[in-house]
Structure formats: structure tokens, C-alpha cells
Write a protein that binds this ligand. Structure first.
Ligand code: SF4
Length: 443
């Protein structure tokens, strides 16, 4: 086993887990490749939050059948949330898969690969409880200047539609000192941007210290000298005044908050077990805009939750209107086996859900454009990531509000000279999905 390829589906936690998988395989002496036809090991880090991710995974693994036939000895491993959920059953479903592992035993991947390779037999292993030693695994970051830093793993909230607590386990916080010292080490290594990760970062520390300490984490991580601190995800029921204050008073903390609302209807929010109301959510939004006037807000919205009426949907549209989102990830409800919502029978007809979805997407786009147009003529702090994926003559970066900015690559330096560096950029173009501008000054 000399070469490997890791394919990642789903959330930022999975991206982080993939960096650990990559780090482990590199430390085994293996070399990464881009083409599965050249890989001795292909690892899929999977997501089961939405039905689409399940379908895509099955399609991608199935498409490797002929690749594997042409490369005898190739091992295919499926890990992450689908591995955790389905375990050994996956081996029956996908006969050419060799290794299945879960969310709690990533560290075991090299041993499981070795076992499947030596015994020439597929192997599946999942654990029920969290193995927090994964925080100490070797890691290969996608960008040397950015790091994902998990502060909690798992979730205690059990939203009725969500599979995450069932595949990631109960919420476990990392010790405060461990997070801060990791960030200090990262800054010393040249990292300029960190993203603090947790299913609900706002409840960070409740299990360890009896009360949430997320605002303290924000202040302490910002004090390490890192240039930008992002975080995800925030649960509206746990977003505190202290966290809003920490965001407002700490310039290193991004002017961006992902605050999933899911629905604007109190009836549907209660059915989803979200434990806040529309008024509470909108009150948070107003407090955020008052404390941080230039904050960019993004959200998640599900339409067509079982029992959702036209009136319920109108409440969701009202939230979109009033919250003035900069971005929204919108979904039509899809039942996830094993969750309470999957057993509900008063489903919304597909064509009705689709109509609501289309109306929602239109409303979100209007909001996004209005927010982007409002940035015309402003100067933004942009952290460049490298060359634009669509146009090699353009640099791509992100504002403190997490908006993508494209800037013409100046004559002389290459795109990599800009990656991981902050510049002041004058914004002179506002599109739906990106801004355009020009550099006015350096770091
Ligand atoms: S807060 Fe709710 S939606 Fe988010 S991971 Fe936990 S259970 Fe899932």
C-alpha cells in the first residue's frame, strides 16, 4: 500500500477528520494521488445528514468497481457518519468495499487497512463511544495558513430530523487550556486563520465546567495572535450576550455568524425540538446587528417538514425578510432513518415542497444581492486563499464576513505569494455569489 486518495463529503468536521486521515496515511509512508486509478487505498469520509449525500456516496463507491478490477489489491475504505450508522451492513451492500470504520475510531484506520490487506477479507469496526485521542493524531492541513480546531465533538440537542447525535455521540468538550495551547502552537507554525468547530460551539464547556465558556474561548484564541477566528455552528438557543459581546469587541473574530433558523414557525420549531421561537431568533438577530453593524449572517432552512402549512411557510419567509441574510443553505426535508421525524406521516407533497423551496430560494437571493450591493465602495479585509478556481488570472479570498472576493492577479507575483495573507480590498463589484475589487493596501 503505497498511494492513497481521500474523498470527503459533508461538513467541516468531516474535512477536519479527512486531514487527520491524510496525516495518518502520510505518516505510514504513503503518498497522496488525485486519481483513484493510481491509488492503492481510497478512503471515503462520508456524511448522512441529507439523503443526497447518501446517494452521492453510493454512486461514487459503485463507480470504483471497474477501477478496482483494473488495479487488483486496491483497498476501498468507507468511514465517517455513514460508516458509523451502517457498520458491517455496508459490506453486504457494497461488495467491493474492504474496510468500514466509524466516527469514533479514525485512529484505527491504518490497522484496519493492514488487516484487510493481509487477511484478504473485508473488515468493519465501529465503536459506540467517543475516542477523544483523535485530537492527538497526525494531521496534514489542506492549507498551511488555516486550521480547523475542534472544541467539542458530538451533540446533545437531538433535533427531531437530525442523525448527528446518533452517529457522533453526546457532546464532549476539549479542555480550555488544550484549545488555547493548540492555537498558540498553530500561530507559531504560521497559521493565520482558525475555524473553531463543534455541532453547537455555544454550549462549549457545559459538560466540563457546568456552564458554557465559549465567549472565553473566543477571547483567548483571539489573544494568541491569530489573524482571523471563525467558528461553526451556533445554536440559537445557546447564543449568549457574552458571546455577542466577545465578537463585537474582538477584531480578530470574523464579522460572520452561521445561525441556523430551520423554520420561522413556532409550531414547526417545537416539532423539530429546536427549543427557541421565531421571536427569540429575530431578537438575537437585532441584538447582533446592534452590536456588530457589519456582521454577515447565514442560516440553514428546511422547507416541507411534516405538517408544515402555508401559514408556517409564510412565517419562514417573514424571517428571511426581517433577518436580512447574507447566505442561506436551503433544503427540502428528507427523512433520516432512526430519527423521530422519519416516523411522521403528515408529509408535505413533493410538488408543494418544491414550490415553497423555489420561493424561498428567490427570497434568499434577493436578500444576498441587497447585502452584497451594500458593500460597494467599502474597503474590506480580505484573506487570500490562492488563485480563483474558475479563472487563473484572478485571486480569490474572503472578507471578514466570509464573502468570496475576486481580484485581478497583479503583474509579477504568483497567486501562491498571496495565499494566507491579508490585504485591504476596495469593493467595486457585487454579484450574488461573490464580490469583485482591487487591492488598496497590504498587510
Ligand atoms: S444542534 Fe440539532 S441539527 Fe445541529 S447537530 Fe445537534 S441535533 Fe443536529
Amino acid at each position: 500500500m503505497k498511494t492513497f486518495l481521500v474523498r470527503t463529503f459533508g461538513c467541516q468536521m468531516n474535512k477536519h477528520d479527512s486531514e487527520r486521515v491524510t496525516g495518518m496515511l502520510l505518516s505510514e509512508g504513503m503518498t497522496p494521488v488525485d486519481d483513484p486509478a493510481h491509488a492503492d487505498v481510497v478512503v471515503f469520509m462520508t456524511c448522512c445528514v441529507r439523503e443526497n449525500a447518501d446517494i452521492r456516496l453510493l454512486g461514487q463507491v459503485a463507480s470504483l468497481k471497474s477501477v478496482k478490477a483494473a488495479r487488483p489489491g486496491q483497498l476501498i475504505a468507507v468511514g465517517g457518519c455513514i460508516g458509523q450508522r451502517d457498520g458491517a451492513a455496508l459490506l453486504g451492500q457494497l461488495k467491493h468495499v474492504d474496510v468500514v470504520f466509524g466516527t469514533h475510531n479514525i485512529a484505527r484506520l491504518p490497522a484496519l487497512l493492514e488487516s484487510a490487506h493481509t487477511a484478504k477479507r473485508p473488515v468493519a469496526e465501529t465503536l459506540d463511544a467517543g475516542d477523544d485521542s483523535t485530537f492527538d493524531l497526525p494531521l496534514e492541513r489542506e492549507h498551511p495558513w488555516h486550521a480547523w480546531v475542534p472544541i467539542t465533538v458530538g451533540c446533545d440537542n437531538f433535533c427531531s430530523y437530525c442523525i448527528v447525535p446518533h452517529v457522533r455521540g453526546r457532546e464532549r468538550s476539549r479542555p480550555f487550556e488544550e484549545i488555547v495551547s493548540e492555537c498558540e502552537r498553530l500561530v507559531a507554525e504560521g497559521v493565520v486563520s482558525v475555524t473553531l468547530l463543534g455541532q453547537n460551539v455555544n454550549s462549549y464547556g457545559r459538560d466540563l465546567y457546568g456552564a458554557p465558556r465559549f465567549a472565553e474561548v473566543l477571547r483567548a484564541v483571539a489573544a494568541t495572535g491569530v489573524g482571523r477566528v471563525m467558528f461553526a455552528t451556533s445554536h440559537p438557543k445557546d447564543l449568549s450576550d457574552d458571546t455577542i459581546a466577545a465578537m463585537a469587541e474582538t477584531p480578530q473574530v470574523a464579522r460572520y455568524l452561521h445561525l441556523p433558523v430551520q423554520s420561522g414557525s413556532d409550531r414547526i420549531l417545537a416539532a423539530m425540538n429546536r427549543r427557541y421561537t421565531k421571536d427569540h431568533y429575530l431578537d438575537l438577530v437585532e441584538r447582533l446587528y446592534a452590536a456588530i453593524p457589519d456582521i454577515a449572517l447565514s442560516t440553514d432552512i428546511i422547507v416541507g417538514y411534516p405538517g408544515e402549512s402555508e401559514d408556517d411557510f409564510a412565517e419562514t419567509m417573514d424571517v428571511v425578510e426581517r433577518a436580512r441574510f447574507d447566505q442561506a443553505f436551503t433544503f427540502i426535508f428528507s427523512p433520516r432513518e432512526g430519527t423521530p421525524a422519519a416516523a411522521l406521516t403528515d408529509t408535505v407533497p413533493r410538488d408543494v415542497a418544491q414550490q415553497r423551496f423555489d420561493a424561498l430560494v428567490d427570497a434568499v437571493q434577493r436578500s444576498v444581492v441587497a447585502k452584497n450591493v451594500a458593500l460597494l465602495g467599502t474597503v474590506q479585509d480580505v484573506l487570500f486563499e490562492g488563485v480563483s478556481k474558475r479563472d487563473e488570472t484572478m485571486l480569490s479570498g474572503r472578507t471578514a464576513g466570509n464573502k468570496v472576493v475576486h481580484v485581478a492577479l497583479p503583474d509579477g507575483p504568483s497567486a501562491s505569494d498571496f495565499a494566507g495573507r491579508f490585504f485591504r480590498v476596495h469593493i467595486d463589484e457585487a454579484q450574488t455569489w461573490f464580490l469583485g475589487g482591487y487591492i488598496v493596501s497590504g498587510e
